[in-house]
Design a protein around this ligand. Structure first.
Ligand code: ATP
Ligand code: MG
Length: 199
């Protein structure tokens, strides 16, 4: 297609990013490559409804770690829409806000196998599939399938397997174990500087 008339394709990677790790970054990079996305926007959540009752690091720390982790990639960006809206973060609102900022773009929401399995429980789940194409990515320990989801709006993508979770990174820091090479170097240093995940 003509480069001038082509609609931009924007990937959106939502998450709590507490902290952001190489599993998130590899998934975004692979989706960007396979789906020819112009950009991937990481969107840290304010409050994740599925994490209600759990202790979550203040949003500004999670936002800054996401900025540090993505800074070296000119096609990665970070959005504050969910943090600035505040309250419970619903993907329907994320897509609405980003869609307003990029009215001419096609949106692709990237999500791991564990999150994809819950999507039917998300707020306004049927409308979600009209607003974006969903890219479900493989994640070690989880089965990737799109059963019950509209096939036109969901693609499944195998990405390099990274058996990393933020929960495991937090546990490792708490127990004095290294998180080097699980998260970007700048994030290791940020965690140490602000003594995150110590207790
Ligand atoms: P937590 O353990 O705190 O839930 P997490 O590692 O699952 O953290 P989230 O911020 O909850 O990270 O996830 C954001 C998105 O990234 C979700 O769609 C999730 O499925 C996906 N994701 C997280 N880790 C990986 C991974 N290692 N490989 C592929 N996708 C991942
Ligand atoms: Mg998670």
């Amino acid at each position: 297609m003509d480069a001038i008339t082509r609609r931009p394709s924007i990937g959106i990677m939502g998450g709590t990013f507490d902290p952001i790790h190489h599993g998130h970054l590899v998934a975004a990079s692979e989706a960007m490559n396979v789906f020819n996305l112009d950009q991937v926007i990481f969107v840290p959540a304010a409050m994740q409804p599925f994490k209600a009752g759990r202790r979550v690091t203040p949003a500004e720390h999670r936002y800054l770690m996401t900025v540090i982790a993505t800074a070296s990639n000119p096609r990665f960006d970070v959005s504050r829409v969910d943090i600035d809206r505040g309250g419970w973060t619903y993907t329907i609102d994320t897509l609405t806000d980003i869609g307003r900022q990029y009215p001419d773009a096609d949106l692709f929401f990237i999500t791991g196998a564990d999150a994809l399995a819950q999507i039917a429980e998300w707020k306004d789940s049927d409308r979600l599939f009209e607003m974006a194409h969903f890219i479900g990515v493989t994640r070690p320990g989880h089965v990737l399938r799109a059963t019950g989801l509209p096939s036109r709006s969901v693609s499944l993508l195998e990405v390099p397997a990274m058996a990393i979770s933020s929960t495991d990174c937090r546990d490792r820091v708490r127990r004095g174990k290294p998180v080097w090479y699980l998260v970007p170097d700048g994030v290791v240093q940020y965690i140490a500087k602000y003594r995150l995940y110590q207790m």
